[in-house]
Design a protein around this ligand. Structure first.
Ligand code: FES
Length: 757
């Protein structure tokens, strides 16, 4: 029985986060939970375990109901003997940035976060590059290396010490202290091990105290701890002695162990997928998003902890007051409800940076952009200097059993030094990329595909078949998904409209728009089989809610492309649907043969030249209330539908492809503030900047795609304030509710908007 008196399922009873399988792949171990029992009580650890993305995010979001106070509490209570050892060192680890409650936490965080802003972090980049080059210089001619021992601990630890302002001491000892701290806090040590790690933790505590004392004598340096000591003089009640000592020790661990593990996981995964490694070697612009996808797929944080301050409910499961929660971020990162085809490693994935590996909300990892920078520089250096590096065949991997951190203890790689590019080409030593700080720009994340076929689909419409030039499978996609083609300066979005069963090909259809900006004409006039095109995606902002029972699909002209795949899917599912498709003449209406053959009875065609018109008022008036409407077509068709369906219970879902004009004229705009309720911060939005730009400037990760108000990916929930909606995504009814905003284009009507961020 759980503490609330509910029976514990066999799978929940068997869950043990100290087993090797969990240390290696928590998401795989917890797939059953994401599928069937997303919140469960684990008698093994006396914790409630949360495994789905949205539930984990909701817990992170509310740091009052879900207090972080237990984050550094030992998972395994120390024995009396271990306690005595710790006491002999006056060990008194107290609250730090990760385990502190409000309001003290945000008060301190605000005082100390300046050093983590993007401009400040950028000062550390030359040092990280230099250090990385030196480490690679040491091993480049050896032909083999244990990347963990020979580099991936050393650099993050040096960077961490440099960032904190701590002199470089005995690095190996510090590494061992960190491991002891991890075992002591998140592991299940035996009684003998407890005494040993307690000794290491005690020594670590004393070391931190001594360094702090030395720094106090001259706190004029540029390190974060020196900055904190100076702040203590200004605000002694906010930055206290006990806080500084605890932060010194926790900071050394937090600033390097997570990065070291994340980098080791990244190299293991990339070298295990040679085709992806090769793509990075060929095109370094892909590195920032590849790092993000590695953090999603195989990040170094398995799970984090919280304790409830009141009785509550998560996903329908009752949780008592004082319950300890293990929120398994790694599992959330593999939740198919949030990430399309989540167990596919796809460096072109468009929402990789929404991973939970840095946490979320006001406790989100402050050092995330430093970690990103290090991982990007490591990859850039290795893909350039050792592109022929491979995992050592037959090497065994071991992972430290614990609830929260994951990474291999060793990572053996090998290569033939005779093939090092720099031996024959000195330019191989020149850095190929200079990545901007912060979350990656999706604009660089394009894949190069080959046009495998061009065919006529209707008058003015051609169909293109796209394939990977190396024959790699393309990611799976769902009905309503689209890709973006980049041809010269043109970027145009096209719905995927072929069969979904063939992973080798994507199909799109392109209407020649004589009055358009020129992109479609260029595609019609120039694209031939065998040519290369740059493609981003797939993305889906027009997702079919398959839980509905009745559907009405409406297409105008080329808007048939996403609607067609939705009809195919509904037929496959055996759902009740009807499809209405309007065009000028039958000759201009694409896919008629396929539609008539596959959806004959459900299909209603309206060719204007034959005197047939799609009468929307009559069509909508005749619908059953629960019918969900999905529509794609010209702006005027969608505008009319919005007018007619404002209060239709089944809802209207639609997709635009024509962008919004986003040019901001500062003379006509006004500045305002956005208050970020989950993070307890306020950000100023000047008249000449979008909300998205203002958030990014202070280091916030907000996913965006089109940045033209048509895709919906930058949507953020609004808690207060009147919105000046400028997007083409939200329906009139959604706008009237005033509870969400597209931050790439929409603004505040007044002086303030409060966002759930
Ligand atoms: Fe596409 Fe904002 S990024 S609507």
């Amino acid at each position: 029985m759980s503490p609330t008196g509910c029976p514990v399922s066999a799978s929940a009873a068997a869950f043990n986060p100290f087993e090797e399988a969990y240390a290696i792949d928590p998401a795989k171990v917890l797939k059953w939970s994401r599928d069937r029992e997303p919140v469960f009580y684990s008698p093994e650890i006396n914790y409630w375990v949360v495994t789905r993305y949205e539930d984990i995010k909701a817990v992170f979001r509310d740091n009052i109901l879900y207090s972080p106070a237990v984050v550094l509490e030992p998972m395994t209570p120390p024995s009396d003997e271990a306690r005595e050892v710790l006491a002999s060192y006056d060990y008194a680890m107290n609250r730090t940035l990760v385990n502190e409650d409000e309001p003290a936490h945000m008060e301190r965080r605000r005082v100390l976060m300046k050093s983590f802003e993007l401009d400040e972090l950028a000062h550390h980049e030359p040092m990280v590059r230099k250090l990385t080059k030196e480490y690679v210089d040491r091993l480049v001619d050896k032909g083999q290396a244990d990347l963990v021992d020979e580099m991936l601990w050393g650099i993050p630890l040096t960077v961490a010490l440099h960032f904190l302002g701590v002199p470089e001491e005995d690095m190996e000892t510090l590494r061992q202290y960190s491991i002891d701290h991890t075992i002591n806090t998140w592991g299940r040590p035996s009684p003998e091990e407890q005494v040993k790690v307690a000794d290491g933790v005690g020594k670590f505590w004393q070391f931190a105290g001594q360094v702090l004392e030395k720094m106090r004598q001259d706190p004029s340096g540029n390190g974060w701890m020196e900055y904190a000591i100076r702040k203590q003089k200004e605000l002694p009640d906010v930055v206290t002695d006990s806080y500084l000592h605890s932060m010194m020790m926790a900071g050394i661990v937090a600033a390097h162990e997570t990065t070291a593990n994340a980098a080791a996981n990244m190299f293991r995964l990339l070298l295990d997928t040679p085709d992806v490694w090769e793509q990075l070697c060929e095109n370094p612009a892909l590195i920032p998003n590849a790092v993000e996808e590695c953090l999603r797929f195989t990040g170094s944080i398995s799970g984090w902890r919280r304790i409830t301050t009141d009785a509550t409910e998560i996903d329908g499961v009752e949780i008592p007051k004082g319950a300890r929660l293990l929120i398994v971020s790694h599992s959330g990162n593999h939740d198919e409800r949030h990430f399309e085809d989540p167990d596919e490693f796809d460096i072109f994935r468009q929402n990789s940076s929404e991973h939970l590996s840095f946490g979320y909300g006001s406790h989100q990892c402050l050092g995330k952009n430093l970690a990103r920078m290090e991982m990007r520089i490591f990859l850039e250096e290795f893909t350039r200097r050792l592109p022929h590096m491979r995992l050592k065949p037959g090497a065994k991997y071991s992972y430290l059993p614990n609830t929260s951190f994951r990474g291999p203890d060793h990572l053996w790689v090998q290569w033939d030094p005779a093939k090092n590019p720099e031996r024959s080409d000195p330019t191989a030593l020149t850095s190929r990329a200079d990545f901007p700080m912060g979350a990656p720009s999706l604009q660089d994340t394009t894949r190069q595909l080959t046009v495998a076929g061009v065919r006529r689909e209707a008058d003015g419409v051609i169909g293109l078949v796209l394939e990977d030039p190396s024959g790699r499978s393309l990611p799976k996609w769902s009905p309503g998904a689209h890709v973006e083609l980049q041809i010269d300066q043109f970027k145009r979005k096209y719905s995927l409209c072929g069969g979904r069963a063939n992973p080798a090909q994507w199909d799109i259809a392109v209407l020649r728009e004589e009055a358009g900006r020129g992109g479609s004409k260029l595609i019609h006039d120039t694209l031939k089989p065998g040519m290369s095109v740059q493609v981003r995606g797939p993305k889906n902002h027009f997702r079919l809610d398959e839980t509905c029972d009745r559907f009405v699909l409406i297409a105008g002209g080329i808007g048939i492309t996403p609607i067609l795949t939705m009809a195919d899917r509904l037929k496959e599912l055996g759902k009740d649907y009807e499809l209405h498709y309007a065009g000028r003449t039958r000759d201009t209406m694409a896919f008629l043969d396929r539609l008539e053959q596959d959806h004959g009875e459900r299909l209603h065609l309206y060719a204007k030249s034959a005197g047939l018109r799609m009468e929307l008022p009559a069509l909508i008036a005749g619908l059953v209330p629960e019918a969900a409407i999905y529509a794609c077509g010209p702006d005027r068709l969608l505008a009319e539908l919005q007018e007619l369906t404002g209060d239709h219970p089944g809802g209207l879902h639609f997709e635009h492809f024509a962008p919004v004009d986003l040019a901001l004229d500062p003379a006509k705009e006004h500045a305002f503030d956005v208050v970020l309720s989950d993070s307890d911060l306020s950000v100023h939005v000047p008249a000449d900047k979008t909300v998205l730009q203002a958030l990014r400037a202070v280091g916030f990760d907000v996913t965006s795609d089109c940045e033209e108000g048509i895709c919906g990916s930058c949507e953020v929930a609004v808690l207060d304030g009147e919105i000046d909606h400028r997007d083409k995504v939200l329906t009139k009814a959604e706008r009237d509710k005033g509870d969400r905003v597209l931050v790439c284009c929409s603004r505040a009507c007044g002086k303030k908007l409060t966002l759930a961020l």
